[in-house]
Write a protein that binds this ligand. Structure first.
Ligand code: SF4
Length: 467
């Protein structure tokens, strides 16, 4: 589907006899944050061991593998590649042994100065094993002369800029770090005496753990033999929580940045109905991304909500395409229209975003072909006009239809009778009183952390799409 893609989910647990198993379950709950590779590292108090694989969590671990991952503490990672090519060598946790002892790292985010740091390290003799931006942190850590692993982590992370929610595992400590802007989420939970850190609260729910609080931006949270401690070693910075977590990435059953994703997303839908009403008979979500916003839209507009598109949840990565052309095949393998709901009706289709426009165009055509008399597309965020440099996979600006086309041009391209987006003001009001603490760069093109000039090439505009 034509979506921005979250790149990673992280999980860590300290002080539980089933550390590897609970990490496996936590990653299972975080699978939506990355589907290309998965890994778990554990510590038995003396040594660390790791298992990594390409593919889904459920396909990558079996009972003997989990049983081999012995120990009372563990970290885990699901990955969709952003910085660094895909492949097992870039899968995380990355485990190294150095003067500070063994350490495993899991990273959600993107370091905007990774290339610069890497060039500096290579020029001084470092040999890299991956193309991932995360490895630079380990090189900085290994070179640090700080007296303790904690201080070496702080010294190395202090040199990084950009987005990082990090979970480290040493032989006897779990250390979590969130960047001073707090781009990506990271939250703390408890399960009996055990401590957990993870990307979203849905991972806590699955293992019956209790939510405690979010890590604060710039916080370093350490759990070890002497209990927990928290320090704030970095200079304070303007908060820039990724608003796209609320629009699309996070699971609706999670609490992210202190708010229920379901509630925020439903409120976006209510505001969308107020800002962009439609004369229609029925509200239909594009599943699953549009469901919460469509619920809010239906509630505020008084129109019935019906599941006029059904998603096939069991689409594999590869399937055998038909030799003969089947209309809308690519999208139909994932979504199928319910004719009894759509036929003869004026339909409001609600989705969370339009990135390139190609999928929306196919869906609108499919809904019309199923008999809808009118199709009114409503999007629960503003047009996405700029790429993300903080750990989200986005096309370059020239491929973002919102950057190169007016709303009327997009409407024509996707073939809808009308098209309406939620305004930036509506989006910021929808997230609640902490509206100043969000990053909205992909809607505004204004970036809270500068990125390297080489990346700026992605901002160039290209030729407009043609029919
Ligand atoms: S640019 Fe967009 S996707 Fe990236 S962190 Fe900011 S709000 Fe999130």
């Amino acid at each position: 589907m034509d979506k921005f893609r979250e790149e990673c989910g992280v999980f860590g647990i300290f002080g539980h006899s089933e550390a590897a198993n609970l990490t496996y379950l936590g990653l299972y709950a975080l699978q939506h944050r990355g589907q290309e590779s998965v890994g778990i590292a554990t510590s038995d108090g003396a040594r660390l061991q790791v298992h990594k694989a390409m593919g889904y969590v459920a396909d990558s671990f079996d009972e003997p593998t989990i049983a081999r991952l012995a120990g009372m503490s563990a970290v885990g990672h699901v990955r969709y590649s952003t910085a660094g090519e895909s492949g097992l060598k870039n899968a995380q946790p990355i485990l190294i042994d150095c003067a500070h002892g063994e350490i495993a790292i899991c990273h959600n985010g993107n370091l905007v100065n990774a290339q610069e740091l890497r060039e500096m390290l290579v020029s001084q003799g470092s040999i890299f094993q991956t193309t991932s931006d995360t490895e630079v942190l380990l090189h900085l850590y290994a070179r640090s002369k700080a007296p303790t692993p904690e201080q070496a982590i702080i010294e190395s992370v202090s040199q990084a800029q950009g987005a990082f929610s990090l979970v480290f595992l040493t032989k006897d400590r779990l250390i979590a770090v969130r960047d001073p802007h707090g781009f990506r989420p990271l939250t703390i939970g408890r399960l009996g005496d055990a401590y957990i850190v993870c990307s979203e609260t849905c991972a806590l729910d699955l293992i019956d753990a209790e939510w405690v609080r979010d890590l604060e931006p710039g916080e370093v949270f350490i759990v070890g033999p002497d209990g927990e401690k928290s320090i704030h070693p970095f200079p304070p910075a303007r908060s820039a929580h990724c608003i796209f977590e609320h629009v699309y990435f996070a699971r609706p059953d999670s609490y992210v940045f202190g708010r229920s994703v379901n509630e925020v997303r439903t409120e976006f839908g209510r505001r969308l109905a107020a800002e962009q009403p439609a004369q229609a008979d029925v509200v239909v979500p594009v599943p699953d991304s549009g469901v919460c916003a469509a619920t809010g839209f239906a509630e505020a507009s008084g129109l019935p909500l019906r599941m006029g598109l059904i998603r096939n949840h069991y689409v594999g990565r590869t399937f055998i395409e038909p030799h003969q052309s089947i209309r809308h095949f690519g999208v139909r393998v994932k979504l199928n229209p319910v004719k009894s709901i759509l036929q003869g009706r004026r339909v409001v289709l609600v989705d969370d975003s339009i990135v390139r426009g190609t999928t929306s165009r196919k869906i609108v055509r499919m809904v019309r072909a199923a008999g809808a008399s009118e199709v009114h597309m409503r999007i629960s965020c503003p047009p996405t006009i700029s790429p993300c440099y903080y750990g989200v996979d986005t096309p370059k600006r020239s491929e973002l239809i919102g950057a190169t086309h007016s709303i009327e041009e997009i409407r024509k391209y996707i073939g809808a009778d009308s098209l309406g987006y939620l305004s930036l003001e509506g989006l910021l009001t929808g997230v609640g009183p902490s509206r100043q603490s969000y990053c909205t760069s992909c809607y505004t093109g204004q970036y809270p952390v500068a990125f390297p000039r080489s990346e700026a090439a992605h901002l160039q505009l290209a030729l407009k799409l043609v029919e």
